[in-house]
Design a protein around this ligand. Structure first.
Ligand code: GLV
Length: 326
């Protein structure tokens, strides 16, 4: 039997599925230290990860490794050059999380614009004495302009929601999407600068890479309207968190909704002193059915990638399919 490591806890029935095909070392405890992860990976043929860093050192130390299946659509925890060099297949879990993640982006944007968590904290703290005309005035979402940075599958799902809110949609992406998609979404392509100047609600959905590092920093925040909101459901590092904290503190933008952080879970604690930011712990894809779908898809990739099951040799989501050739 081939040997696999499940690097952090996942749904027990998914582990049972893997046990039908493999000798499974399942970590049921805390997130492994990088050294412990590398140690347990060393004799494995495959691994199921959810954010563990897999780079040159880890791959060089695991000579039998053939497949690493990430339970996430983003795979910036994989050094794909090292994967190619070691002929290891990386896989991810696209599509199954699109709508759930777009729902959550929408929820964060709405909560930031309409000051939902800030006003709830006020109520819970027993501060609510009277109704007042100027309590917690927010920014309208209906009829405003949505700016989507990163018009992939999740960005498009967000833009689709905008139609129900009578919003104009602007987007920025490395390349323009097909004209029929622009027409369907009623979305206008714009430079990043133009979008930041004109959008009322900016939502970030770009994958993390060296190129997208700090897509939003002090200079970009300075372009935004003082009434605008910024929502990050992409990855920590897409936003310069320290610059965002300054912009929020100085009310250079109205509010932010942040699900992903630089250095998470050790995020910049200065966020906690701010009322005008909604903070959530990387949960945009977190519904029971979507997380199950992601875990099962990661398992499908691992099973097929290691030559087992109904799709043996043909995993659904190869990131570097060239390593499967010959
Ligand atoms: C979650 O952040 C994912 O990339 O799926």
């Amino acid at each position: 039997m081939k040997k696999v490591l499940v690097a952090r806890p996942t749904f027990p029935d998914v582990i049972e599925r893997l046990k039908q095909y493999f000798d499974v070392d399942a970590n049921l405890g805390d997130v492994l230290s990088q050294d412990e992860f590398a140690r347990r990976l060393a004799d494995r043929d495959g691994a199921f990860t959810a954010g563990e860093w897999v780079g040159e050192k880890e791959l060089a130390g695991a000579p039998n490794l053939k497949v690493v299946a990430n339970m996430a659509v983003g795979y910036n925890n994989f050094d794909m050059h090292a994967f190619d060099a070691h002929k290891v297949l990386g896989t991810n879990t696209p599509n199954v999380l699109n709508e759930t993640t777009a729902d959550f982006g929408w929820a964060l944007m709405m909560a930031a614009a309409r000051r939902v968590t800030e006003s709830e904290h006020y109520l819970r703290a027993g501060k609510w004495q009277k109704w007042s005309f100027d309590s917690f005035l927010g920014t309208d979402v209906y009829g405003s302009t949505l700016g989507v940075i990163g018009m992939g599958r999740i960005g498009q799902a967000l833009a689709r929601r905008a139609a129900g809110f009578g919003m104009r949609v602007m987007y920025h992406n490395r390349s323009r999407v097909a004209p029929e998609i622009e027409t369907e979404l009623n979305a206008e392509y714009a430079s990043k600068e133009d979008l930041l100047k004109r959008a009322d609600h900016v939502v970030l959905v770009v994958p993390y890479s060296k190129e997208s590092h700090h897509t939003i920093g002090a200079a970009e925040l300075a372009l935004m309207k003082p009434s605008a909101t910024l929502t990050n459901i992409a990855r920590g590092g897409i936003v310069d968190d320290a610059a965002l904290i300054v912009a929020l503190r100085e009310k250079r933008i109205a509010a932010a909704g942040i699900d992903v952080f630089e250095g998470e879970p050790n995020f910049n604690r200065d966020f906690l002193a701010l009322n005008n930011v909604v903070l959530t712990p990387h949960i945009a894809s977190a519904t029971e059915s979507t997380r199950r779908a992601m875990a099962n898809l990661a398992a499908d990739n691992l099973i097929a990638g290691l030559g087992e099951g109904p799709r043996a040799g043909n995993p659904p989501n190869p990131i570097n399919p060239d390593v499967l050739k010959k």
